[in-house]
Design a protein around this ligand. Structure first.
Ligand SMILES: Cc1ncc(COP(=O)(O)O)c(C=O)c1O
Length: 453
């Protein structure tokens, strides 16, 4: 055992003694990879290995690892003003500039931004904005939140209740009251021959009518369902959903935590659909993960209602780190890089080629579907292409084979649904990933699927 490996072993032993991890399970953590450095789309571990990071870590490192400009922006801001409260009555320049920037980049109806430290907190804030809005307008019973199965919105209690992947509920139930779920627009798994977009939008209308429109505050929807398996809705879905929301006075919350900041080839995900949400949550790509930051942007209509509030209807929602100056300075530097290096257009153009290359894997017997948009893609595995019988367990073997070949791959394990679906391999490489590395992802993946099968 050389010095490095013994130091690594000691670190892992201390980790086993003292550290609790997200999605903790002792068996899964027997031999963790100890990441020590990163550059572009490559991550390095303490044992000297290099891996292609095909998920941008957790769908978030848009500009790639190791960009010194962000370290410099953080250091400069920390030296000047590391922290000051942004509670009503105080403010700071990086937070104001970032709010202004996001409003200018986002949907034309947007007016203002509330900052958080991550995705779940952004969604919690969005749910509270929705309830607040209706209470302000004299409709205090409009409190329910609809989400879609296979949706992922984070794991704090209300966000978990909107998340609709059953594993996340099993040991933590019951879910918060007034949260309910409907069918997702999942074309590959939509029963019968109907249009999944029309059917899934109509499922929302049925739920609103069954609950009573006067009780429903909002629906939350990812433009593309990410952690649920990169489920891309048909073009029919969001325009119809928007109409339904307008008809029943239900707010449309877009969860842009994955799709925001260029991931799908536009700044925000619903631009592809020609639809504007009433509010949207963001996190991840806003700082490319270099520091924790998230937020909610709200439309002018919602902002006017907030701004006109009397003293006894104040927005009593807050967090110490809302508008954190260092996180906001890093976000500004990150967005500057995305803009100057044309990464949004790059995600669109290079992403289209990447998805076409992934489609070459459709010749393999276990590859049921390839789908995606921009640099966000997935491969759904099946036991049998004709019946689309879900593959269960094959995905974990593919992930292990890919790891041996230097490729990190994200698995969304087979789920009972409804609809039931097979293991799905998910991809969201940094928007800066060079094309030869994207080609390598596809070739290693092909080899790994064959080896695993
Ligand atoms: C769409 C979506 N919303 C919310 C979240 C939760 O974000 P966080 O882990 O920062 O709380 C995630 C995380 O993956 C996500 O993908």
């Amino acid at each position: 055992m050389n010095d490095l490996s013994s130091a690594e072993d000691l670190l892992i032993a201390a980790d086993h003694r003292h550290m609790i991890h997200p999605l903790h399970h002792a068996k899964d953590h027997e031999k963790p990879r100890v990441f020590v450095s990163g550059e572009g789309a490559i991550l390095r571990t303490a044992d000297g290995r290099e891996y292609i990071d095909s998920l941008s870590a957790l769908w978030n490192v848009h500009i790639g690892h190791g960009r010194k400009e962000l370290a410099a922006a953080a250091a400069a801001q920390m030296e000047k003003l590391a922290y000051a409260s942004a509670y009503a009555g105080s403010t700071n320049e990086p937070a104001v500039r970032l709010a202004e920037k996001i409003v200018n980049l986002a949907y034309p109806n947007m007016a203002a931004v509330y900052f958080t430290t991550g995705g779940a907190e952004s969604n919690e804030s969005a749910f509270k904005f929705a309830r607040y809005h209706w209470k302000r307008l004299g409709k205090p019973n409009k409190v329910k939140v609809i989400s879609r199965r296979y949706g992922y919105h984070g794991v704090t209690l209300a966000a978990m209740s909107a998340t609709s992947l059953p594993n996340y509920h099993k040991m933590f139930g019951p879910v918060v009251p007034e949260f309910l779920q409907v069918a997702p627009p999942y074309p590959y798994r939509w029963p019968g021959n109907g249009d999944a977009g029309v059917g899934a939008a109509d499922a929302v209308e049925e739920a609103i009518l069954a609950q009573g429109p006067d009780t429903v505050a909002a629906i939350i929807a990812e433009p593309i369902q990410g952690s649920g398996g990169v489920i891309v809705p048909p073009a029919s879905y969001f325009p119809r959903l928007r109409q339904i929301c307008d008809k029943y006075d239900v707010l449309l919350i877009a969860d842009e935590v994955i799709t925001g900041f260029g991931r799908t080839g536009t700044w925000f995900g619903l631009e592809h659909e020609g639809v504007q949400p009433d509010l949207f949550s963001f996190a991840k790509g806003v700082t490319s993960g270099y520091l924790p930051l998230g937020g909610v942007a709200i439309s002018k209509t919602l902002y006017d209602v907030l701004q006109d509030a009397p003293a006894d209807e104040k927005f009593m929602h807050a967090a110490t780190y809302s508008g954190h100056p260092v996180c906001c300075a890093v976000a500004l530097a990150n967005i500057d890089i995305i803009e100057k290096e044309g990464m949004v257009d790059r995600a669109r153009d290079v992403g289209a080629k990447f998805i076409t290359n992934l489609e070459s894997l459709l010749t393999l017997p276990n590859v049921g579907e390839v789908r995606g948009r921009g640099l966000l893609a997935a491969v759904e595995l099946v036991e049998d292409k004709g019946s689309k019988a879900p593959a269960k367990g094959l995905g974990a073997k593919v992930v292990a084979e890919a790891g041996k070949r230097g490729l990190l791959v994200r698995l969304r394990a087979a789920a009972d649904g409804p609809p039931a679906s097979g293991d799905v391999l998910c991809f969201s490489p940094p928007l800066s990933t060079p094309e030869p590395i994207l080609d390598q992802i596809v070739s290693i993946l092909g080899e790994s699927i064959q080896a695993a099968a």
